[in-house]
Design a protein around this ligand. Structure first.
Ligand code: PMP
Length: 393
């Protein structure tokens, strides 16, 4: 049977990571993989996580299964964080998932259950797994215009024109904040226009929230998600990987906002079924850590402070790279880096320049031109800017 198999395509970022590790040059710089790193290149465990884990270690006396949809305390803690407390006429159905990947997958599978013929609208520039997940569920994908490649600013007119083609019951995948890979997020006016477009078409937003707190304080980073959640129906796919630094613990939540108690109950039963059909019970350790942090004022304040340090570093790295490129290229083309958010930005490189950067300068960048700003630290900014200027001039 295995003789029938051919090798599956390798993930390009994973391949880049392996090549970086094998490179003996001491001055190599990795701007590829999408994890947060500090100036020393480490991805430390949040102190708030350490303390929460210590408390759980002391208090937890059983590892028995939790429910099929995970711990209701976790659902409530994350849903309160994202949307504020549940009020009257606010029917939320939630399921813990294995990270944000599985939250997006669950959201799409849930929507497919209701509408087997739905189409999934994905921004033309997006996290590549959005297409992978939709297609693995047998769903048709459509791209909508997102960025103007020349300016790397959002192409507003094209975006709204394409979204107007969505049908009632279609799914529109949107990034809550810190768009991956461009870092370009809709301003409040465009956010409103997108909400109006969805209200008119009846398409359902699936809001991918994987970088909460990386662009601005959580309340500000949640503005678009909250606008979208005012629509009659929406789904949020939350990831705790970056915002809580819990990558390998696989913390995620699929949260559906429904129009009635009856719909909420039906969605909950479908979410239960979806988990039963895949992994039965979602992992609980990371979810419990997040619940502990969000429900304890001291831990929550500590998390907030640690998250804001990450955010400040990203903002500084963006400003330093923009200034360095401005000085070297005598152009303001990269000033936009300071107006964009989160870990990622796209540079106009093309595969040939990306290959040169790697071969001649030891600078590792994804073939699409996406860079991770976490890698542009005080120590690496000048050599990175020198290398970029050398290929961009
Ligand atoms: N959505 C986006 C936009 C992402 O960039 C990522 C992580 N790369 C995820 C979801 C999923 O993250 P995870 O499964 O690690 O929680």
């Amino acid at each position: 049977m295995f003789e029938r198999l051919s090798t599956s395509e390798t993930d390009p970022i994973l391949a880049l990571m392996q090549a970086f590790q094998a490179d003996p040059r001491p001055n190599k710089v990795d701007l590829g993989i999408g994890v947060w790193r500090d100036a020393e290149g480490r991805t430390p465990v949040f102190q708030a996580v350490k303390t929460a884990e210590e408390r759980i270690w002391h208090s937890q006396d059983s590892k028995i299964y939790v429910g099929f949809r995970g711990d209701p305390g976790f659902h409530a803690a994350v849903s309160d964080l994202l949307l504020g407390p549940e009020g009257d006429g606010d029917w939320r159905a939630a399921s813990a998932t294995t990270g944000g990947t599985s939250a997006v997958q669950t959201a799409l599978a849930l929507a497919r259950t209701a509408r087997p013929d739905l189409r999934v609208w994905v921004p033309e520039e997006s996290w590549p797994n959005h297409w992978v997940l939709a297609r693995s569920l047998g769903l048709e994908t459509r791209n909508f215009t997102y960025i103007d490649p020349a300016t790397q600013e959002i192409e507003r007119a094209g975006l709204l024109r394409d979204l107007a083609g969505a049908r009632a019951g279609d799914v529109v995948l949107l990034h809550a904040c810190c768009h991956n890979p461009t870092g370009a997020d809709p301003d409040p006016e465009l956010q409103e226009e997108i909400v109006t477009s969805l209200a008119q078409s009846g398409a359902i937003p699936v809001v991918d929230c994987a970088y909460l707190g990386f662009g601005a304080a959580p309340e500000a980073d949640l503005a678009f998600l909250r606008r979208l959640s005012a629509l009659p129906e929406s789904i949020v796919a939350f990831s705790g990987s970056k915002s809580f630094g819990l990558y390998r613990e696989r913390v995620g939540l699929c949260l559906a906002l429904t129009e009635s108690a009856r719909a909420r109950d039906a969605v909950e039963s479908q979410l239960t079924r979806l988990n039963r059909e895949t992994y039965s019970f979602p992992p609980d350790h990371g979810a419990r850590v997040v619940t502990e942090i969000l429900t304890d004022p001291t831990l929550r304040a500590s998390w907030d402070t640690e998250l804001s340090a990450i955010r400040r570093a990203l903002i500084d790295n963006r400003a330093n790279l923009a200034a360095s490129l401005r000085a070297r290229l005598n152009s303001d083309a990269f000033d936009r880096l300071t107006r964009q958010n989160g870990m990622f930005a796209m540079l106009p490189l093309g595969t040939e320049r990306v290959a040169r950067l790697r071969a001649e300068h030891g600078l590792y960048i994804v073939g699409t031109g996406r860079i991770n700003l976490a890698g542009v630290t005080e120590a690496t900014c000048a050599p990175v800017a020198d290398a970029l200027a050398a290929v961009l001039r």
